[in-house]
Design a protein around this ligand. Structure first.
Ligand SMILES: *Cc1c(COP(=O)(O)O)cnc(C)c1O
Length: 351
């Protein structure tokens, strides 16, 4: 017997690479290529040195209130956390506490099975169809909870609101978490469902559409009862998850709706033009409602393209996993970055 037998062992999530070298085209972790609202830098300059000595507001009230206002909710209907990874982990810990398995797609955000393993939550993955669409009937069986991203990652495929509603309605005895990390890039949010059903929770993030991955801000929106349960778990774990700068800067960002919409529209436009350019070069993919395209070339393997792009200092994401190992997930960058990507692809494919 050694202490090692009692270690809580887990195979950790592998985040996308954050290369140290500069002068690269970084299309591998779905960050936003544009800066956040100018109000954020202004709020940064206004931070108070004296305030850093003190603990932050455990309720993160200013941020919670700004998010609630932006979405027409009450403050009691919003929960803020350290990126949506923290919010999602809290949701798993709080709401997935049944002996029945939770359900999520086989191809999806690769943190879900890690949290399930970490928290000892039984789970059953549900295979996407051959075109990478969720099969709604798979989520009508008995379960201990349901989670899926919408749009899904890394596929970018969206599930219509009516189908999300169907899944929520069919599962009154379990919590349904909709991970809307990419919803702002053209999908319909399931937010209205939080007032139609008492078992729905919507999770969003500042990391993609709001250009603030480095600040680590995510949030959940649901009925006051579910948010209270989430807060009970959070205060039993760490009262001060949100630091003072994140509260201030996050609130400044969320108040600037105009900048946020303009940035999302720009990325959607670049996604449309990039989709056309990929198609012209023999790539195939499903329509994406996110800030990335999940593409496969008709002749050349994804790994070969991935390796070549790296030699050109262009980083995209390749998952060495069943069903998707011949796909590349390419984040939508600026038009200039996409020009560099397609120039490199032309050099490689015409060789
Ligand atoms: C990026 C991402 C997240 C986590 O983002 P945070 O930076 O932790 O807010 C959660 N879910 C999906 C599907 C994502 O792609």
């Amino acid at each position: 017997m050694s202490w090692e037998e009692n270690v809580r062992k887990v195979v950790p999530y592998t985040p996308g690479e954050q290369p140290k070298v500069t002068d690269i085209v970084k299309l591998n972790t779905n960050e936003n290529p544009y800066p956040p609202s100018p109000n954020v830098m202004e709020a940064l300059r206004d931070l108070s040195e004296g305030r850093m000595r003190l603990y932050p507001d455990p309720k993160a009230e200013e941020l919670v209130h700004a998010i609630a206002e932006a979405y027409g909710l009450k403050d009691e209907e919003v929960f803020a956390g350290v990126g949506s990874d923290d919010v999602l982990a809290m949701c798993f810990l709080t709401f997935f506490n049944s002996k029945k398995p939770i359900l999520f797609p086989d191809i999806t955000y690769s943190f879900y099975d890690v949290w399930a393993d970490l928290f000892r939550i039984p789970y059953e993955t549900q295979p996407l169809d051959e075109n990478f669409h969720i099969v709604p009937a798979d989520y009508l069986k008995e379960n201990g909870g349901i989670i899926f991203p919408n749009p899904n990652a890394p596929t970018g495929v969206v599930l219509p609101l009516d189908t999300v509603r169907q899944i929520a309605a069919a599962n009154p005895d379990s919590v349904v978490i909709v991970d809307e990390a990419y919803v702002d890039f053209g999908a319909e949010s399931a937010l209205p469902l939080i007032h139609e059903y008492d078992n729905v929770i919507i999770v969003q993030t500042f990391s993609k559409s709001r250009s603030m991955a480095g600040l680590r801000i995510g949030y959940a929106m649901s009925n006051a009862k579910m948010i209270k349960y989430l807060n009970d778990v959070k205060y039993s774990f760490n009262s001060y998850t949100m630091n003072y700068p994140s509260i201030k800067l996050g609130a400044a960002e969320v108040r600037d709706t105009e900048h946020f919409r303009a940035v999302c529209d720009k990325i959607i436009a670049t996604r449309t033009s990039s989709a056309k350019r990929f198609r012209e070069r023999g790539f195939q993919f499903e329509e994406s409602c996110s800030n990335f395209l999940f593409v496969r070339h008709e002749k050349v393997s994804a790994k070969e393209i991935f390796d070549y792009l790296r030699t050109q200092n262009i980083f995209v994401r390749w998952f060495n996993k069943p069903r998707i190992s011949n796909y590349l997930r390419v984040t939508i960058g600026t038009d200039e970055e996409m020009d560099k990507l397609f120039a490199a692809l032309d050099r490689f494919l015409d060789r």
